[in-house]
Design a protein around this ligand. Structure first.
Ligand SMILES: [Cu+2]
Length: 252
């Protein structure tokens, strides 16, 4: 009796093993790699001034004794390494379906600033503009291809917007003029923004050669190339971005 049971288990494992081999034969695993790199600022380092925030307009933004963060995030450069933060990096794997999460992406308003400063979302995604403050905000989006909103959002509430077409959308608040943010809508299958030190990482990219599309809110567009080798390795990429030269072309 015991022997029969043992034999049964053994043959079942053999079937599983055979099946696993058969699966491997018909569906070879796709080798993917992680595209990594850095975006660096080129040229003289600009002097970044704090934002102009009037005490009157900032009333109610923060708890007593606190003030609104006045750091200008439109150009965040690491002075030592020249790494440029808040740059959008995207690439497209042909034939791969765009994955759009059901849950909305959140752009929060807290302490009368937008968080995050730059979001990158796939076309078709929904964004929830949330107000975590005790004061009202009036969110106004500036877009060409997408529907826009121009709505007051009361304390603790949110407003949702679905974006269908690829473009950068500027987001502001009419009540607090220093508040600014961008939602970058992309058709790219892989996308991210650079960290404080200018670094980025795009995991899950199949072997192949790809064009990188780069975008920064005040420095415009850039380009790069990424190669994921057959073994999934990929050399780190360095891309320079600088001020558009005056009188040369029309740069965005
Ligand atoms: Cu506001």
């Amino acid at each position: 009796m015991k022997l029969t049971k043992l034999l049964g288990v053994a043959s079942a494992s053999a079937i599983v093993a055979t099946f696993a081999i058969a699966m491997e034969d018909t569906q070879p695993a796709v080798v993917t790699g992680t595209v990594t790199g850095k975006i660096l600022f080129e040229g003289d380092l600009p002097k970044i001034k704090p934002l102009t925030i009037s005490a009157q307009q900032a009333e109610g933004c923060c708890a007593a004794g606190e003030t609104v963060d006045d750091s200008d995030l439109t150009r965040v450069i690491d002075e030592k390494t020249r790494g440029l933060a808040n740059v959008v990096v995207t690439l497209t794997v042909e034939g791969k379906k765009l994955e759009v999460p059901e849950e909305p992406y959140v752009v929060d308003q807290t302490g009368c600033r937008f968080t995050p400063h730059i979001s990158v979302v796939p076309a078709g995604a929904t964004i929830a503009f949330k107000n975590s403050d005790k004061v009202s905000h009036n969110v106004r989006t500036s877009s060409i291809k997408n529907e826009g909103i121009n709505n007051t959002i009361a304390a603790g509430k949110d407003i949702k917007l679905t974006v269908k077409s690829a473009e950068p959308i500027k987001v502001g608040c009419d009540i607090h003029p220093w508040m600014s943010s961008y939602v970058y809508v992309t058709d790219g299958t892989h996308f991210t923004t650079t960290a404080r030190d200018g670094s980025f990482s795009l995991p899950g990219v199949p072997a192949g050669e790809y064009k990188l599309e780069i975008w920064h809110e005040s420095l415009g567009k850039g380009k790069g190339t990424a190669v994921v080798k057959a073994d999934g390795t990929c050399e780190a990429i360095e891309i320079m971005m600088g001020e558009k030269k005056k009188g040369r072309g029309r740069g965005r």
